[in-house]
Design a protein around this ligand. Structure first.
Ligand code: ADP
Ligand code: MG
Length: 214
């Protein structure tokens, strides 16, 4: 199965809706260990993507991914703006074929995650969005090399995103603003890991609908 960017506008709208539905919770997480602007930063980025209307749907994948990255980079602000921008721009650069299959998505996603690690100078276990992105990248890679059925691979990605997000609760933050709190950063889920998990779960839901139409 290969996908074109036609479903992007509807997907971005679903992400906007999911963030809105969880707005209070996300804001509370960022008030606990951040400076309270994470949701607003993310919504600014998503709104800028929504403002592009159907334009993304018409583009080839590498150009669509690059536009998403540049738009997020300029519209969002905050640490998360440059990190999400980096993720999509690196994915665009890693795109060698015009086709998007799950196998080449696993490759380009991992290239994107690699770039985020370099940009943020962070690894797994530092209480950031990378505690979702890195395990999800590994789940994609393993799922593809084990020839999992797409439906099973999507479930694996979903569970991995949720457990990665939950794993941040007991971690000590060593990167970003939350690190200023030192030991007091423990006991709270990282807001960037939460929003990253929500976004990944919406993408999984959208792909599931496309492979298993009702
Ligand atoms: P800021 O911290 O600049 O206010 P945001 O509030 O938008 O930016 O985003 C905060 C989120 O960014 C954190 O919850 C964390 O997940 C992520 N983050 C912060 N610093 C890093 C980093 N160095 N590497 C990876 N992710 C990071
Ligand atoms: Mg913040």
């Amino acid at each position: 199965m290969s996908l074109t960017p036609v479903f992007l506008p509807a997907l971005i709208q679903s992400i906007a809706d999911e963030l809105e539905k969880n707005a209070q919770y996300i804001a509370a997480l960022d008030q606990a260990i951040g400076d309270g602007d994470h949701l607003v930063n993310l919504q600014r980025g998503i709104n800028a993507l929504l403002a592009m209307g159907g334009e993304l749907a018409e583009l080839d994948w590498p150009i669509a991914l690059k536009k998403i990255g540049m738009t997020l980079m300029t519209a969002m602000g905050g640490a998360s703006g440059s990190l999400y921008g980096t993720l999509f721009i690196a994915m665009s650069k890693a795109f060698v074929s015009q086709e998007l299959t799950i196998a080449n998505f696993a490759i380009i996603f991992n290239e994107g995650v690699q770039a985020v690690k370099q940009r943020g100078k962070a690894e797994v276990g530092e209480k950031t969005m990378l505690d979702v992105l890195i395990p999800v990248g590994n789940a994609l890679k393993n799922g593809v090399s084990n020839n999992l059925l797409l439906a099973d691979l999507l479930s694996e990605v979903e569970h991995t995103a949720i457990s990665g997000m939950e794993s941040t609760r007991d971690m000590l933050a060593t990167k970003g603003r939350a690190s200023f709190l030192e030991e007091r950063s423990r006991g709270h889920i990282d807001p960037g890991a939460k929003t990253c998990q929500l976004i990944i779960c919406v993408i999984v839901g959208s792909l599931r609908e496309q492979i298993l139409p009702a």
